[in-house]
Design a protein around this ligand. Structure first.
Ligand code: FAD
Ligand code: A2P
Length: 299
């Protein structure tokens, strides 16, 4: 069986809210193409001066400046780390995030409201200080098994940890990790222009076609078989028999990250395939969770 890292080796809470690490913004770039919906930024922070270290699949906390409506300092918000432990420049000096600016209409006044921390980050200027806590999270770690099958299901910024996994698997070279298994990313986004990291993902897919499968669910451009929006769970349903076969191998790990709303539909699709073989999905899923083969981070 493939084991995740022993829990004692996992860095956690090196920096706490009372004494955060103050990093610097090195870059802040738009990930949504023309005609896409909203703003999603890729941010890279310099962490070279302190002790902050992290693993793929962990998150960091960001403390936005200022006070809340009660006059108390803003609380931290968590963000999944989008870079590998070595950082985007492979020099162990940076950490990156993928942040969507929260924007919604106030249910009573109808006014547009922008999220505090996501707006702060999306507007952060190069060179600005940023208060960082963590890292946290032991749920989304990648197994060390180089031959594992890694199934990744993401909506929107849920791509962040998977970018880190894929970069570790295919872009970096390591002495003790040379991925030879199968990675399958199923990615739900509203429009083609919203496919985060599109060029790089497609380049990896082309180069490593025997080891990396890439499936999109483009909700506002594609239709599901009933004529409705194509959500990630509909793609899962299309491939459910194959996914179910893969999930029964002990070396397969499944990861879900992004919108909470996708979980029910994914379960439904996989239950149907499991039921064809007389297996009750929720019981099987519990076993996978126990074996650390079913990993969920939704928000
Ligand atoms: P806030 O100012 O805190 O506003 C949020 C509040 O607005 C909500 O609590 C709710 O009360 C209200 N609200 C929100 N939407 C609506 C609506 N439609 N109608 C009415 N009220 C509404 N985000 C990312 O962008 N990228 C990530 O990688 C990421 N990773 C995460 C990882 C984890 C483990 C968790 C828990 C969350 C993650 N998030 C991520 C979400 C992130 O932590 C913040 O919640 C998000 O950025 C919003 O924070 P904010 O300060 O901008 O919004
Ligand atoms: P839509 O917005 O068309 O309803 P982003 O974070 O960039 O907005 O992407 C999130 C993606 O997840 C969008 O394609 C969005 O579709 C889709 N989505 C929204 N609600 C659900 C849900 N309950 N289950 C699965 N996907 C969802």
């Amino acid at each position: 069986m493939t084991q995740a890292k022993p829990k004692s080796d996992i860095p956690v809470n090196i920096y706490r809210p009372k004494n955060p690490y103050v990093g610097k913004c090195l870059s802040n770039t738009e990930l949504v193409g023309e005609g896409g919906i909203g703003t999603v930024r890729h941010l890279k922070f310099d962490i070279s001066a302190g002790d902050l270290r992290y693993l793929e699949g962990q998150s960091i906390g960001i403390i936005p400046p200022g006070e809340d409506a009660q006059g108390k300092p803003h609380k931290l918000r968590l963000y999944s780390i989008a870079s590998t432990r070595h950082g985007d420049d492979i020099d162990d000096k940076t950490v990156s995030l993928c942040v969507r600016q929260l924007e919604y209409k106030h249910p009573e006044s109808g006014e547009t409201v922008y999220g505090v921390c996501s707006t702060y980050l999306c507007n952060l200027e190069q060179g600005a200080d940023v208060k960082i806590t963590g890292p946290v999270g032991k749920e989304m770690l990648l197994p060390e098994d180089e031959n594992a099958t890694i199934i990744m299901m993401a909506t929107g910024t849920g791509i962040a940890p998977f970018r880190a996994y894929l970069w570790r698997m295919f872009k970096e070279k390591h002495e003790n990790y040379n991925f030879k298994g199968l990675a399958w990313l199923i990615f739900g986004i509203p429009k083609t222009a919203n496919i985060l990291y599109k060029e790089e993902l497609e380049k990896l897919q082309e180069e490593f076609s025997d080891h990396f499968r890439l499936t999109y669910a483009i909700s506002r451009e594609q239709k599901n078989k009933d004529g409705g929006k194509m959500y990630i769970q509909h793609r899962v349903a299309e491939h459910a028999d194959e996914l179910w076969q893969l999930m029964q191998k002990e070396s397969t790990h499944t990861y879900i990250c992004g919108l909470k709303g996708m979980e029910g539909g994914i379960d439904e699709a996989l239950s149907a395939s499991a039921a064809k073989e007389g297996v009750e999905w929720s019981g099987y899923q519990k076993q996978m969770k126990k074996a650390h083969r079913w990993h969920v981070e939704t928000y």
